[in-house]
Ligand binder design. Structure first.
Ligand code: GMT
Length: 374
């Protein structure tokens, strides 16, 4: 098949899933065309069957806000025409699904099928904004196929957007060879020179991630076990988390690593991965940690219970319950046998339920199903 992946190129879950999916499909012989405003960060090196088309945004002085959506629609149309695309796969409803719809209208029925994958905040946060809601609903209704990354997200979309259509659940996935306990990992001593235990969190440091809770957890853990917190990423809540670390007197043990392209080399270094989010449609970072054999302590919200099984491969607690999260971490860090068993269970979960070889064919089948429909 000839497939376009329309996605955000930055360090965000939807862009990561789109890129990994595209590379895997290319490895299976499909032609994959990435369309974005810059090359997706995980698209490293040369890959056979992979093409990249950059969207140029006009800087004409009349535009206070350059119309990216229109430039994107024009680029999708051009690529669809030049390469006779079968599928345009839009990752994230805003604006990708809407631009894909416009491109198809401009092609006047000659166009490819449009499949939209809902990732989370396009529905749970941004999509609920009054200025976007009608457009998001419209793009979902007008797509030829719609997938969601968890049952939770599919159900919430149907309920909150009052759409009556099938939404196929295709869970996120991981390359278990690359994200592996056996992958070349960072040197623990570099981050924990006195043999401290390592807590880790990775995200875009936005409000929903509750970054400060990770610092609160560290402060409680450190009262019982020497530990350090490695924070991977960048975003608006970085400064607030630093201020809390200073207030709690743990700032020397909070290490900001910035955004990292090869997080697979860091995750296995951690003893525990923290994801105390208030919204999480799936939690790809948690899955990648589990694949590296790192148990997850997270919140019992959104799609996280579809990824983490409480007490088996991690722990889930209510949003803001930093006491319980810290107690679970302390218990685990003090019990080597339990930690080792949980590490194995986390890895097994990734291998048995979320390996890319198992999930990517679900997308291929769905593409075919949508193409076969009149
Ligand atoms: O986590 C984010 O805020 C980024 C966001 C995105 O779309 O880039 O992530 C969402 O999509 C990921 C990939 O499907 C999911 O694993 C994340 O759970 C989801 N984030 C939220 O729901 C907050």
């Amino acid at each position: 098949m000839k497939i376009a992946m329309v996605c955000y190129p930055t360090h965000g879950g939807s862009g990561v899933v789109a890129t990994e999916l595209g590379m895997c499909l290319a490895g299976r012989g499909h032609d994959v065309h990435f369309i974005s405003y810059s090359a997706p960060f995980r698209l490293r090196g040369f890959h056979e069957h992979v093409f990249y088309h950059e969207v140029d945004v006009s800087a004409y002085p009349l535009f206070k806000y350059p119309p990216y959506d229109l430039s994107l629609a024009a680029k999708i149309m051009e690529v669809a025409d030049d390469y006779t695309l079968d599928i345009v796969h839009a990752h994230y409803a805003i604006p990708h699904a809407i631009s894909a719809y416009l491109a198809r209208q401009m092609l006047r029925g000659r166009g490819p099928k449009i499949i939209t994958t809902l990732h989370g905040t396009d529905i749970t946060l941004v999509g609920k904004d009054a200025s976007f809601k009608a457009a998001v609903k419209f793009s979902i209704e007008e797509s030829d196929g719609v997938t969601a990354v968890s049952r939770y997200l599919a159900e919430r979309t149907l309920r909150e957007f009052a759409v009556e259509r099938d939404i196929r659940v295709v869970h996120n996935f991981v390359d278990v060879e690359r994200f592996s306990p056996r992958a070349p990992h960072c040197i623990r001593e570099h981050f924990a020179p006195k043999g401290e235990r390592i807590l880790m969190h990775a995200s875009n440091f936005r409000g929903v991630k509750r970054l400060s809770d990770t610092v609160e957890i560290l402060a409680r853990v450190r009262q019982k076990v020497p530990a350090r917190l490695l924070l991977v990423g960048e975003g608006p809540d970085r400064q607030a988390s630093h201020e809390i670390a200073v207030k709690l007197g743990v700032h020397d043990d909070v290490v900001y690593l910035g955004t990292q392209d090869s997080i697979e080399n860091l995750l296995g270094c951690a003893d525990v991965f923290l994801l105390p989010s208030s919204e999480e449609s799936f939690g790809l970072a948690a899955l990648e940690a589990m694949s590296c054999g790192t148990p997850v302590i997270a919140t019992n919200i959104g799609g996280l219970p579809e990824v983490v099984t409480h007490g088996q491969d991690g722990f889930l607690y209510p949003v803001g319950d930093v006491e319980s999260m810290a107690a679970a971490a302390i218990d685990l860090l003090n019990d080597q046998e339990k930690l080792a068993a949980m590490r194995q269970a986390a890895r097994r979960k990734a291998e048995d339920h979320f390996r890319q070889e198992q999930i990517v064919p679900q997308y291929e089948e769905y593409y075919q199903e949508v193409m076969d429909r009149q």
